[in-house]
Design a protein around this ligand. Structure first.
Ligand SMILES: *[C@@H]1O[C@H](CO)[C@@H](O)[C@H](O)[C@H]1NC(C)=O
Ligand SMILES: *[C@@H]1O[C@H](CO)[C@@H](O)[C@H](O)[C@H]1NC(C)=O
Ligand SMILES: *[C@@H]1O[C@H](CO)[C@@H](O)[C@H](O)[C@H]1NC(C)=O
Ligand SMILES: *[C@@H]1O[C@H](CO)[C@@H](O)[C@H](O)[C@H]1NC(C)=O
Ligand SMILES: *[C@@H]1O[C@H](CO)[C@@H](O)[C@H](O)[C@H]1NC(C)=O
Length: 607
């Protein structure tokens, strides 16, 4: 994700961070990664000053984070020149003084850094199962730190096991020019049943531990879990990684369009429910896939860029060659992306905690319950180098029987309908992609407690328009994505025993104007960006909704990949609603500082 023009490209790893900038002409605007060099940061902070906090706005806010029953530091490591080295690994066992069962487990990630560096991608795996995908902030000219909190209760079946390998990969290059290293601490926070939400006394490094340790409660995951996809269900009994061997991290690297990464997996014959959780990030020529023009535009104009293939990507999962589900990823913008000054100190939505995507495959269980190994695959439609993808197979087991039977009744999953239109003359033109799909799959599973039928209905619409005007110096990208999914479960009498509904929307708009700046390889980029993530979960007795929008504007003066001067501002409105509470935060940054920050717990538009 981090281009660095002066690096040679002889090694496998360097290619990883090397992307060709569209240098054919300065009159052609293309989003890119940039690095703010120290002497040109927005701020004039002393290198020895206090650390400044970078944030990804999320829920709950720091002061309202619940006090854990106990905490357990599981990783403490400095990621320096990790290039071409294996990932960092350390043993994990649950804390002896805090035995399971817990009602909830949170992961607290803390990082700090100070010297010049690009944004970097990172992930944490437990026994090869990914539990966090994250990216780093770019240190401007000062000491910075950030914290990420993630509910990882859904990985409980692994967290209770001892002697597992906890692995973290943070691919970093340290050399004469890039000296930034990342100091990372990961702590797990365990909760017993009666934990209440009380203010969390947070200093940058330490985590307070509640003195009164309540007795371990039952496994019930009632609505006190504020941010969990599995509000109405218990965590899976078994999680199998659908990932690489771990020598370079457990993610698969997808380098080209037809790459399908495969893994043979045997699942227990008493599995009655299965969900594939996908983790995805895009880099290199696809870091800004949503703004890639078609190849015809690039070749006709003789542009020197690999960032093509049009602006549509779909990540899909196969079992024995059959597509069982797919996802359009949320366009996460890393901290060096588009205009790095936008992301000081509020980072883009998802940059510190990339979303994962659940694909319900219970209706397909009939294919894989025969006790044999089956080939699971992951690919990216139209994907260019490179994507880092892997998945976790969450399985729920019928403890009362050793074998359950299952079969698919309906399997209506057509190919995605993708329509493309293009029209251009020279560097001016307009490109459109419209895509959509509706699928419905139904399958039954004969368990010890009866014959259960699962119906999964899923649909999405996608549209992307890219326009180039003024000889390509003006570029607008508008993308819309709407997704809905309903999962209903019936018993043998046809009575509904559970249901939930998810809706998501990811609107995105980027306007970029490139202005020549006299000198040979310098130019100004003026950008307006608007970006949103909206999600609503509804089920029996639970509800959870997030509305999150960012608007950024600013300019940068660029030479190569370095920002020489500029200014950026970001406004963000975040709201979180669940059965227990509402939370709203409106925050704005300008010139590297928070200029307004208002939050409340008022339910204005209660669901
Ligand atoms: C919160 O933390 C600060 C600094 O670590 C400390 O001075 C203060 O006493 C703490 N407050 C409570 C209520 O524990
Ligand atoms: C389970 O229920 C479905 C739907 O009612 C039915 O088609 C199927 O035959 C049942 N399976 C068994 C083993 O009875
Ligand atoms: C676009 O380029 C053409 C040819 O170089 C030039 O004649 C024209 O004035 C340019 N138009 C704009 C809007 O810059
Ligand atoms: C960006 O938005 C501002 C208003 O917020 C507007 O004045 C300006 O023209 C926009 N810039 C572009 C390049 O569209
Ligand atoms: C945030 O909300 C305020 C008022 O509710 C509105 O004026 C502003 O445009 C919103 N900002 C964004 C980025 O949506």
């Amino acid at each position: 994700m981090q281009p660095f023009p002066s690096l040679p490209t002889y090694s496998y790893f360097l290619i990883l961070f090397f992307t060709t900038f569209l240098h054919h002409s300065h009159s052609h605007s293309q989003p890119n990664n940039f690095k703010t060099s120290q002497e040109h940061s927005q701020k004039q902070t002393h290198l020895n000053g206090p650390h400044q906090e970078y944030i990804e706005v999320s829920y709950p806010p720091p002061k309202h984070q619940p006090t854990p029953s106990c905490s357990h530091q599981i990783l403490h490591h400095t990621f320096a020149n990790t290039i071409n080295t294996p990932p960092f690994s350390t043993p994990y066992s649950p804390p002896f003084n805090c035995p399971p069962p817990w009602t909830r487990v949170l992961l607290h990630f803390h990082a700090k850094t100070k010297d010049e560096q690009y944004d970097r991608i990172a992930a944490i795996w437990l026994a090869g199962v990914e539990i966090l995908r994250t990216s780093t902030a770019q240190p401007p000219n000062s000491r910075i730190f950030w914290n990420v909190r993630k509910d990882i209760t859904k990985y409980t079946s692994l967290l209770t096991k001892s002697d597992l390998d906890l692995t973290m990969m943070l691919e970093n290059i340290v050399n004469a020019e890039l000296t930034g290293v990342f100091h990372v601490t990961v702590t797990l926070l365990y909760y017993y049943k009666n934990t209440v939400r009380v203010p969390f006394n947070q200093s940058s490094d330490s985590i307070s531990i509640s003195k009164s340790k309540s007795r371990p409660g039952s496994r019930s995951l009632v609505n006190e879990v504020p941010d969990s996809r599995v509000l109405n269900e218990l965590p899976a009994d078994l999680i199998i990684p659908l990932s690489d061997d771990g020598k370079q991290g457990f993610w698969f690297r997808l380098e080209k369009e037809k790459d399908l990464k495969k893994r043979r997996i045997r699942i227990p014959r008493n599995t009655f429910k299965a969900v594939i959780e996908l983790y995805v990030s895009f880099h290199g020529n696809d870091e800004f896939w949503y703004s890639n023009p078609p190849n015809s535009y690039i070749t006709t104009n003789g542009l020197n860029t690999g960032r093509g293939n049009g602006a549509y990507r779909e990540v899909y999962v196969t079992i024995d060659g059959e597509v069982v589900g797919s996802e359009i990823p949320f366009p996460v913008i890393f901290t060096g992306g588009i205009n790095p000054l936008f992301w000081e100190p509020i980072v883009a939505i998802g940059a510190f905690n990339l979303p994962s995507y659940d694909i319900e495959i219970t209706p397909f269980l009939g294919k894989i319950l025969d006790g044999r190994r089956h080939v699971f695959g992951i690919g990216v439609t139209k994907g260019l180098s490179f994507w880092l993808v892997n998945a976790n197979l969450h399985l729920w087991l019928d403890r009362e029987s050793t074998i359950v039977r299952a079969n698919r009744v309906i399997g209506h999953s057509p190919k995605t309908d993708v329509q493309r239109a293009e029209e251009f003359t020279g560097l001016n033109g307009e490109f459109q992609v419209i895509a959509g799909k509706d699928t419905m799959t139904t399958g039954w599973v004969l368990t010890s407690s009866g014959n259960i039928t699962t119906v999964v209905m899923k649909g999405f619409t996608f549209s992307n328009v890219i326009k180039f005007k003024q000889n390509g110096t003006y570029k607008i990208v508008k993308q819309k994505f709407k997704f809905k999914k309903k999962v209903k479960v019936f018993d043998n009498k046809g009575e509904m025993i559970s249901k939930f509904k998810v809706r998501r929307k990811y609107p995105l708009r980027v306007i970029t104007v490139t202005e020549p700046y006299g000198l040979e390889d310098r130019y100004n980029l003026i950008t307006n960006l608007s970006h949103g993530f909206n999600e609503k979960y509804e089920g029996k007795g639970f509800i959870h909704s997030i509305s999150n929008v960012q608007e950024s504007k600013g300019w940068i003066n660029v030479k190569g990949h370095s920002v020489l001067s500029g200014r950026g501002s970001t406004k963000q409105n975040y709201s979180h609603v669940d059965k227990l509470s509402c939370y709203n935060r409106n925050v704005a940054s300008d010139h590297g500082r928070i200029v307004s920050d208002n939050s409340n717990f008022i339910c204005e538009n209660a669901l």
